[in-house]
Design a binder for this molecule. Structure first.
Ligand SMILES: Cc1cc2nc3c(=O)[nH]c(=O)nc-3n(C[C@H](O)[C@H](O)[C@H](O)COP(=O)(O)O)c2cc1C
Length: 344
């Protein structure tokens, strides 16, 4: 099966998301700007809104930001919610954003880092679909207790927070649940996309590949670092958020180190100080990552990226990437005429 040259691009995931091609432009703090989200959706994949990126980095009022994206595409868009307790102080904010997203017609949601139950309860009555980020079987079992519709399987090649299992291990461990699985991590070129679908994934989520695009507003130094890097340059550091995050190894990262210090580790383990420590990391990293996006190397050589850098050779438009991937894996020329219409 893996030696076939093409595959069917219509999957349970494309039916859920109501899109033509099983490709997600993953939520990325701070790289998800509205133009990138819209371009991915317009090309037949689906762009995911990262709310802090939209409001804090790119300075949109949340509702106006969605309406701006809507002015660029009428095709489905998605919304990413972090539902973890350590950001409990943002819980009211997340709920308010979710209400606005639903009012504005968003129907596809990706939840991360916590119990997605309240999101499922809120969106299912209006026809919403929820996929939850998981890194192993135990997380998947927990997510399925909340009756999520699908799983985003974050593997050990991913940019951002990474998992510890390979794409092959994850699909084997999770396929028995009978839910659509999306491969997140390590997809840099079209052959990776085809291979993921042939392994049994119903779609892919890409982050790093979409940073090196014309629509992504990140600093040119960041895009150049992605083009130059190979997977051997990607290391996981705990210094950004307290848990491993994939970054490109640079002299700055070498100075920073990869492991959280002993005091931070102790505070992260302790039930009472854990939330405080995570909040500290979150605030610190939100600010630093925003600086990196805007100032490039003039701030710090601090670039989040996954091992998919291997297949990324030039800055392209997000639409060209999606059409090229679809044509390669689907075995036909750009079939945008067959795109499903927005039915949100
Ligand atoms: C710079 C960067 C920021 C990210 N931020 C988020 C985020 O805010 N929320 C989230 O759920 N995933 C985030 N991710 C993960 C991506 O959505 C996606 O799952 C991942 O990038 C896939 O791996 P790849 O980079 O190899 O394509 C981020 C990834 C990167 C590279």
């Amino acid at each position: 099966m893996l030696d076939q040259k093409t595959t069917n691009l219509e999957t349970d995931f494309t039916r859920h998301a109501r899109i033509a091609y099983p490709i997600i432009c993953g939520a990325m703090y701070p790289c998800s700007n509205p133009e990138l989200v819209a371009a991915a959706s317009e090309a037949g994949g689906i762009g995911i809104i990262q709310p802090l990126s939209l409001t804090f980095v790119h300075k949109y009022d949340f509702r106006q930001g969605i309406r701006y994206i809507r002015s660029l595409t009428s095709k489905p868009i998605g919304f990413n919610l972090i539902v973890e307790k350590s950001v409990k102080r943002y819980e009211d904010q997340m709920k308010a954003w979710l209400d606005i997203a639903v009012e504005e017609g968003v129907r596809f949601f990706i939840t991360a880092l916590g119990n997605p139950n309240w999101v499922v309860e809120r969106v299912r009555p209006v026809g919403g679909i929820v996929y939850h980020d998981v890194v192993n079987r135990r997380w998947a079992e927990k997510a399925l207790e909340s009756d999520v519709d699908g799983l985003i399987c974050v593997n050990n090649r991913a940019g951002g927070h990474l998992g510890s299992e390979s794409p092959e291990q994850l699909v084997e461990a999770l396929r028995g649940f009978g839910k659509p699985l999306v491969c997140a991590g390590g997809i840099g070129e079209e052959k990776d996309f085809l291979r993921a679908l042939q392994m049994g994934y119903a779609g892919v989520q890409m982050g790093t590949r979409f940073i090196a695009t014309t629509e992504c507003k990140t600093h040119p130094d960041y895009k150049a670092a992605i083009l130059k890097a190979t997977s051997a340059d990607i290391v996981a550091t705990e210094k950004i958020s307290g848990v491993p995050v994939s970054v490109i190894r640079t002299p700055y990262i070498d100075r920073l180190g990869l492991k959280a210090g002993p005091i931070a580790r102790m505070l992260l383990k302790n039930a009472r100080t854990k939330h405080w420590m995570r909040t500290f990391y979150t605030m610190n990293s939100l600010w630093s990552l925003k600086q990196t996006l805007q100032k490039g190397s003039a701030y710090k050589d601090f670039w989040q990226a996954g091992k998919s850098v291997d297949g990324i050779e030039k800055v392209e438009s997000a639409g060209d990437i999606i059409r090229r991937f679809a044509a390669f894996a689907g075995g036909r020329e750009d079939s945008s005429s067959s795109l499903r219409s927005e039915s949100e």
